[in-house]
Design a binder for this molecule. Structure first.
Ligand code: FAD
Length: 407
């Protein structure tokens, strides 16, 4: 790894802009495949802030298991009833992932890119990188009023968390009526998993609302849930915040080899799952598709985004729009239906990049099993399309509509 000085012109086969988990994986695998790689990130040594999780079977074969910090053999989902999901899930180890994605033979520039083109990247210090291919892995901009994933996560000592989450257990989606939100408030659920370092994260999460849900509201709900299980916190536990868009589309077909734009990859390139807010595992799994296309001179955008994958993306955005307009009761009913689907159908929604037939079937089945019948109209957007748009959280608190147990 080398740090270069200002006003340099660097030349490379591949320039990767942005060293989140995705960019680092692209740079690492390309380097191992024999590419001459320059990677650019303002803080390349920083350990990524968020906690990343995924299903174990989503990870690519080449990734050693040292990248996993905690395995959860059968996570729990609470809808109307409790579901045990017989599919191993894991929390990734950030240091472990960094280590297995070593960049020892790449040139790493601790720089912000100011302009990112198809073959040329300009750097803040006046330097330039020219490359046969530029991959843009700069992640996502703030969501504004886009459809958003919002979460507030509190890191709790495992002994304190034990009444709710025991060793090796995990609550993937907890929709129990314990967060203090009334039926007239936008829905959210709890996500709680052990991190493999003696702590458990409790993270109230909202998916699909335009502009997301404020942190103070998510925190209030998390604390209400913990209190419902007799768990009181000190108040100085570390916390993490999530607030990012879920509707970043794949690059257009014409964005391939001969386009004027760089190749967008990772969350910036349509790999953010519109319904789950996950992108890391899918991006890692697709890195070699990208590199193989570059090696063989075929169009990487076509290789990454065949029509089947675009159709899957489109169907998931229907799911996202549905999520963003449901009430809590409707969400529970919808998830109850979803978690009775076959493992293949569940995978088609949650994970697979291009299983459009199973995804179409599970979406249809989920709508057709939603009861009472009229809720289906909300699900597909014929009614209450903008239910939560401009919802005023402050006003709800001020009016006493919201139970402010924990300010
Ligand atoms: C609290 C929280 C929890 C999450 N949990 C999960 C989870 O469990 N599973 C999951 O899959 N996802 C999760 N996510 C989403 C996850 O963070 C993103 O999916 C993931 O980080 C996307 O990776 P990426 O490499 O595409 O982009 P990013 O991680 O956003 O990385 C982008 C990189 O580009 C760099 N960059 C930006 N601008 C420039 C520039 N101009 N020049 C050079 N470099 C630049 C940044 O410094 C950064 O290093 C979570 C997010 C949050 C906030």
């Amino acid at each position: 790894m080398a740090a270069m000085s200002a006003h340099h012109v660097h030349r490379a086969d591949l320039c990767v802009v942005g060293l989140g988990p995705t960019g680092r994986a692209v740079a690492h695998r390309a380097m191992r495949a024999g590419f001459d790689v320059v990677a650019v990130d303002p803080r390349p040594e920083r350990l990524w802030p968020p906690t990343f999780s995924c299903w174990v079977d989503e990870l690519p074969q080449w990734l050693p298991h040292s990248a996993i910090a905690q395995r959860i053999e059968a996570p729990t989902v609470w809808t109307r009833s409790q579901h045990r999901i017989e599919r191993p899930y894991c929390v990734l180890s950030k240091p472990g992932l960094r280590e297995v994605l070593a960049l020892d033979d790449a040139t790493v520039l601790a720089q912000r890119a100011t302009a990112v083109g198809a073959h040329r990247v300009e750097l803040q210090d006046g330097g330039t990188v020219t490359a046969t291919t530029v991959v843009d892995t700069r992640g996502l901009a703030a969501p504004g009023s886009r459809r958003t994933a919002s979460a507030h996560g509190i890191f709790v000592d495992a002994e304190v968390a034990a009444p709710m989450v025991g060793d090796g257990e995990g609550l993937l989606l907890d929709w129990r009526d314990e967060n203090g939100a009334g039926p007239g408030e936008p829905p959210s659920f709890l996500y709680a998993v052990p991190l493999g370092d003696g702590t458990v994260i409790f993270e109230e999460t909202s998916l699909g609302l335009r502009g997301g849900m404020p942190q103070h509201e998510l925190r209030r709900r998390t604390l209400n849930r913990l209190a419902a299980h007799g768990i009181r916190l000190r108040g100085d536990e570390p916390a993490e915040a999530a607030h990012y868009p879920l509707d970043q589309p794949p690059p257009p077909v014409r964005a391939g080899l001969r386009a004027a734009d760089p190749i967008r990859f990772g969350s910036r390139g349509g790999m953010m799952h519109p319904c789950t807010g996950y992108s890391v595992a899918d991006s890692l799994a697709l890195v070699d598709t990208l590199i193989e296309a570059l090696r063989t001179g075929t169009d990487p955008v076509r290789a990454l985004w065949p029509w089947q994958a675009r159709l899957v993306y489109w169907m998931r955005t229907r799911g996202l729009y549905g999520l963003g307009r449901l009430t809590t009761a409707q969400s529970i009913s919808m998830f109850e239906a979803f978690f009775t689907a076959s493992p293949r159908q569940q995978r088609a929604l949650l994970s697979d990049h291009d299983d459009y037939a199973a995804l179409g079937a599970v979406l249809f089945m989920t709508v057709s099993r939603t009861w009472p019948f009229r809720w289906r109209y909300d699900l597909v957007g014929w009614t209450n399309r903008n239910r939560w748009v401009d919802y005023d959280y402050q006003a709800a608190i001020a009016s006493g509509q919201v139970d402010r147990l924990f300010p």
